[in-house]
Design a binder for this molecule. Structure first.
Ligand code: FAD
Length: 311
């Protein structure tokens, strides 16, 4: 049954410090539920599955906004919307997989209102930004009245919809390393030769239809080829194929050192099936998800290496 709006309370904090105080103080008397764009929370209101009656409206907190380059890391405030991500010049240039995922999330209305922090905190295995953030080795910045912490994306999801965050912590930002930054030089060493080749990025989600559908499978990846044509960096992350978004470590190990080809793709697909654990649910079934995961991996390799078809 729908939750009547008149029975709900919304607290509007003055600033982040005030929001954190209110959230902390609420823990004993029914936790305030953080409210960002509301695109997930309003669905729960409509279905009667609302997680609380008292909300903490984050929308006006300037501390959670903005996208900035900080010494080569891109820092995106938790309230950055998918429209902002999709249109941001530096994101499009340096993190095309994230821009691609942002452009696939819902329709424009949802992209204008839905936030990166909300997608992460909602912790759905079908959240489309999550495989990209995992492949890009993002770090989540969390803050409470006790201070700030950085949680690597790899350590964020403990289990199905179970985040490694305290109930009085807010996500304030997400930061991303530059995937094409050259490795740091040893003291006194001079950099020699040309800049190493860029890693190719990939994102694709498969749903019931091409647009505006929740993912049955999503795959994000980074692949870099060395000058000898062999893979020297491989990251593959998938959503909707396990209780949490995951990195496909076995498939990545098959790819490392290989020259992508049909035979390598077949071996990587076989390894991928050991990495994932899809289930049957209302959106799809296990067998379909296994097959599509392999197809997406092969598509990623074909796109990332133009010599794939000639080997
Ligand atoms: C029609 C429709 C289509 C959609 N399509 C897609 C899609 O294709 N792909 C996809 O991934 N998602 C989709 N979504 C889901 C949703 O839009 C995204 O998950 C969005 O990113 C949620 O962000 P929000 O700001 O609206 O979160 P909210 O609804 O405000 O909050 C979501 C959860 O996160 C918590 N939260 C929010 N911000 C913070 C914070 N800073 N710190 C701690 N906790 C926080 C809230 O308490 C709540 O539990 C769709 C939703 C709708 C309604």
């Amino acid at each position: 049954m729908r939750a009547a709006l008149s029975t709900l309370e919304v607290a509007r904090p003055r600033d982040l410090a005030h929001a954190l105080k209110l959230l902390h103080a609420s823990l004993d008397a029914g936790r305030l539920v953080p409210l960002a764009g509301g695109t997930d929370l309003f669905v729960t209101l409509n279905s009667g599955l609302v997680p609380g009656r008292r909300f903490l409206d984050l929308w006006s907190l300037r501390e959670l906004r903005g996208v900035r380059d900080q010494a080569g890391r891109l820092v995106l405030g938790a309230l950055t919307t998918f429209s902002e991500i999709r249109e941001h010049a530096l994101v499009r240039r340096r993190y095309p997989a994230l821009a691609a995922a942002a452009a696939e999330i819902g329709a424009w209305q949802v992209q204008n209102r839905g936030t990166l922090g909300g997608n992460i905190a909602n912790a759905s295995p079908a959240g489309d930004s999550l495989p990209v953030l995992l492949a890009l080795e993002a770090v989540v910045h969390a803050r409470s009245v006790r201070g700030t912490r950085e949680v690597p994306f790899t350590a964020l999801f403990r289990g199905y919809r179970d985040l490694a965050l305290e109930p009085d912590e807010l996500i304030t930002a997400v930061s991303l390393p530059d995937p094409d930054a050259p490795p740091p030089l040893r003291a006194g060493a001079a950099r020699r030769g040309a800049h190493p080749p860029r890693a190719q990025q990939f994102f694709r989600q498969v749903g019931t239809r091409r647009a505006q559908s929740i993912s049955k499978v999503a795959l994000a990846g980074l692949l870099r080829l060395g000058r000898d044509g062999r893979v020297d960096l491989a990251r593959v992350a998938l959503g909707s194929v396990a209780p949490v978004t995951l990195r496909a470590g076995r498939a990545e190990r098959v790819l490392l050192g290989a020259r992508p080809s049909a035979a390598v793709a077949a071996a990587a697909r076989a390894a991928l099936l050991e990495d994932i654990a899809p289930i049957d649910d209302i959106r799809s079934d296990r067998e379909y998800r296994r097959r599509v995961s392999g197809n997406l991996l092969e598509q990623f390799l074909r796109v990332a290496d133009p010599r794939f078809a000639r080997r």
